[in-house]
Write a protein that binds this ligand. Structure first.
Ligand SMILES: [Mn+2]
Length: 427
């Protein structure tokens, strides 16, 4: 299914009177504070976030999984779904594939389809957290860290294979997330596991094309509950440094222990030019995979404030960041949930762009703590939604994507096309 752009225009027109009133009021308000609202709208229009191929169907928990109907059952259909989100929001111009779930049978045809829908291929993801059918050596006791050189070699070869598939599609980076770790004290030797992991990552890095980057993701616990080999940003940063200039740390918002100061981590990594990618989601307790901005919107804003500061002061040459939504949809329609995520991301980004960095610096240097807080909270408490809507309208997308999705009966059309009883590949 493809979205009929003329229908979006009609829907946008029907709300134009309401939208232009609130937008003009906001632009005037910002102008009175010497803020160029139009420049912010332009930056929002350019902001593109990748959709992971595994987030387009129903996600499961350890206890169950409930179908939505109309889920994509092959790579082509997944690209069509991202095309729907991109048409409606104008900010989902990339897909992140997961191998082996998304091996294209005809890479050229897949490339053409994606390009027709204005979608690029973001980082490719390897999978050594489960055994595939017919696999010779198991990852039950680790992949890149495994005591057995056969398992390690197989995991390295898989990652190299993933790079080769990504190359065919025009991807420029690989994300490595490892489930490697142990659940019981004494089960694994920490140093040997880390040493094996470092060695395996270097072997994968050596096989990357010269214009590729590697993103090393960390996570404190789960699936193992005693120790994880790459448990925090420091370990990822150390391993990235050992690999080389084109290896970076990837921050996934859900991969932190409760109350971790994630904005501080972002700042430190950008200071050293080692922040490569970002996975958006939200959580209350752990890696809950909830919709970004649904639980802690102020944290999201503070993170964006550091990202904006880091991008404005990029002395350490961080690469253009690879943004991706990494959430799971157990209760909500996955496409609606992804559009809510994109909305929350753009709102936080717009709020961060409102922060007067020069004024904040001055207040910090004057030790004016109250004013520092006011500068941030004034930005956070500004209703920037008219700017986000206008950015979407400028991208020929829907000013209100979820309303358009419902009015155009997208889910019903997908169910009619694909059936009720289909399951997307993935978790
Ligand atoms: Mn992630």
């Amino acid at each position: 299914m493809k979205i009929d752009k003329s229908r979006l225009e009609e829907l946008n027109q029907s709300k134009e009177w309401l939208h232009s009133g609130t937008l003009n009021g906001l632009l005037d308000n910002l102008a009175s504070q010497n803020i160029d609202g139009q420049a912010i709208i332009e930056q929002l229009s350019k902001f593109q976030v990748a959709i992971p191929s595994w987030a387009l169907g129903a996600g499961g928990t350890r206890f169950g999984r409930y179908n939505f109907g109309g889920e994509p059952s092959n790579l082509e259909q997944k690209i069509y779904d991202v095309g729907i989100i991109h048409s409606l929001t104008g900010s989902a111009g990339a897909i992140s594939l997961h191998i082996p779930w998304d091996i294209p049978s005809d890479a050229q045809a897949i490339k053409e389809l994606a390009s027709d829908l204005d979608i690029k291929f973001d980082a490719v993801n390897s999978n050594t957290f489960q055994d595939q059918k017919g696999q010779k050596h198991s990852y039950k006791f680790g992949s890149l860290c495994n005591e057995s050189s056969e398992s390690r070699n197989q995991a390295v070869a898989h990652n190299i294979e993933v790079i080769k598939i990504g190359e065919q599609l025009g991807s420029k980076s690989i994300t490595v997330w490892l489930a490697d770790g142990s659940s019981f004290p004494g089960q694994m030797n920490f140093r040997r596991a880390l040493d094996h992991t470092s060695d395996s990552l270097k072997r994968i890095y050596a096989e990357m094309p010269s214009d590729w980057s590697m993103f090393i993701e960390y996570k404190p616990y789960e699936p193992h509950f005693y120790h994880t080999v790459i448990q925090d940003w420091g370990t990822s940063f150390m391993l990235a440094n050992e690999c080389g200039d084109r290896a970076y740390t990837l921050v996934d918002l859900g991969h932190h222990l409760p109350n971790t100061n994630i904005e501080h981590i972002v700042s430190t990594l950008m200071y050293k030019g080692k922040l490569g990618g970002f996975h958006f989601n939200d959580s209350k307790y752990g890696d809950d995979d909830l919709t970004v901005g649904s639980i802690k919107p102020y944290q999201l804003f503070l993170i964006f404030n550091e990202l904006v500061f880091g991008m404005l002061n990029n002395n350490a040459e961080n690469p253009d960041l690879s943004w991706m939504i990494d959430a799971s949809h157990n209760l909500k329609d996955p496409l609606e949930d992804l559009m809510e995520s994109l909305d929350a991301i753009l709102i936080a980004y717009a709020q961060a762009l409102l922060v007067d960095q020069a004024l904040l610096k001055e207040a910090q240097q004057n030790h004016d703590v109250s004013y520092c807080q006011q500068i941030l909270q004034n930005a956070f408490r500004t209703d920037v939604r008219p700017l986000v809507r206008q950015a979407r309208i400028n991208n020929n997308a829907a000013s209100n994507p979820i309303e358009a999705y419902r009015k155009l009966k997208v889910r019903k059309t997908l169910i009619d096309e694909r059936g009720m009883d289909v399951t997307a590949t993935g978790l």
